[in-house]
Design a protein around this ligand. Structure first.
Ligand SMILES: C[S@@+](CC[C@H](N)C(=O)[O-])C[C@H]1O[C@@H](n2cnc3c(N)ncnc32)[C@H](O)[C@@H]1O
Length: 273
């Protein structure tokens, strides 16, 4: 509201400048008033159109969000789907699940457990196979995720392992990242979901090591997705990955908080919007 008032005040001042200029030149006969009113109307129309476009975009975004949340809840088979600001968004999860189904993916490695783990495990149970291995640095949260999987009878479709953060030198910097010692060197995954470590703890490039550390774990049709790619830090990570992995194919998908996709096969990108 305060920002709207500031913009309105600045626009009013801007609208008066040409009229005042003409008046200062001695041009009278109502011309400065007509010019000022004309400029004012022009500015109001321009801002009105901009605000209208923004409102429509926000409404469309919310509609997609709501529709996806309803869709996920409808297919959740009674599992409570409780979204927090830390959870993956329902529209991003829907996009990932479409990719899993389209490519018949069966092995998923996830960084950062939660609702995504639960819902992908549930999709695997419905599909009759598949497994998610989810690494979490927070033992308490990992325990909670494991308890939910067990309560829902999904323990054979997902496992949450505690992977404490330790200093890793990757992509030209050293930062705390997951200890991968519990992941077998020969393990290959169809899909890697990067939704941790939590960037909100202070390091905006916290997820940078993911592709450097996990490239060797991607299968021949492997895909790695980076959630929250609309944020400044993740956008920087995406640029660096594109520069450093010329053998991979990339796509930024405008879904949820932004999903950046890195794929071994170019054809996989055709499945994305
Ligand atoms: C972005 S979250 C992971 C979200 C998860 N993929 C999901 O869809 O729910 C990254 C980390 O935040 C921590 N976390 C703390 N509170 C959480 C919450 N309410 N939901 C999810 N993660 C939480 C966990 O350690 C988790 O690994």
């Amino acid at each position: 509201m305060k920002r709207d008032l500031q913009i309105g005040l600045m626009a009013a001042i801007a609208a008066m400048i040409p009229g005042l200029f003409l008046a200062a030149l001695g041009i009278g006969g109502g011309v400065p008033v007509i010019v000022t009113v004309g400029c004012g109307v022009g500015i109001v129309v321009a801002f009105g159109r901009r605000w209208h476009r923004q409102a429509v975009a926000r409404t469309e975004h919310q509609t997609t969000h709501l529709r996806s949340a309803i869709g996920v809840a409808a297919t959740a088979g009674g599992i409570p789907t409780y979204w927090t600001e830390h959870s993956i968004t329902p529209e991003t999860l829907t996009q990932i699940q479409q990719l899993i189904a389209a490519l018949g993916m069966r092995s998923v490695l996830e960084l950062g457990s939660g609702l995504s783990t639960l819902m992908i495990a549930h999709a695997f149970r419905r599909a009759g196979g598949g497994k998610v291995l989810s690494l979490d640095d927070d033992a308490r949260w990992a325990g909670q995720s494991t308890a939910t999987l067990e309560r829902e009878g999904l323990a054979s479709f997902a496992e949450v392992r505690v992977a404490p953060l330790k200093d890793v030198t990757s992509g030209g910097r050293t930062s705390p990242w997951y200890d991968l010692s519990s992941v077998a060197a020969e393990a290959r995954f169809d899909l890697v979901i990067v939704d941790g470590p939590p960037a909100w703890k202070g390091d905006r490039l916290a997820r940078l090591p993911a592709l450097y550390e996990l490239r060797k774990h991607l299968g021949t049709n492997g895909v790695l997705v980076l959630d929250d790619a609309g944020r400044g830090g993740e956008a920087e990570i995406a640029r660096q990955w594109q520069r450093d992995f010329p053998d991979l194919h990339f796509r930024m998908v405008d879904v949820g908080r932004g999903l950046f996709v890195a794929s071994v096969q170019r054809s996989t990108l055709d499945l994305l919007p």
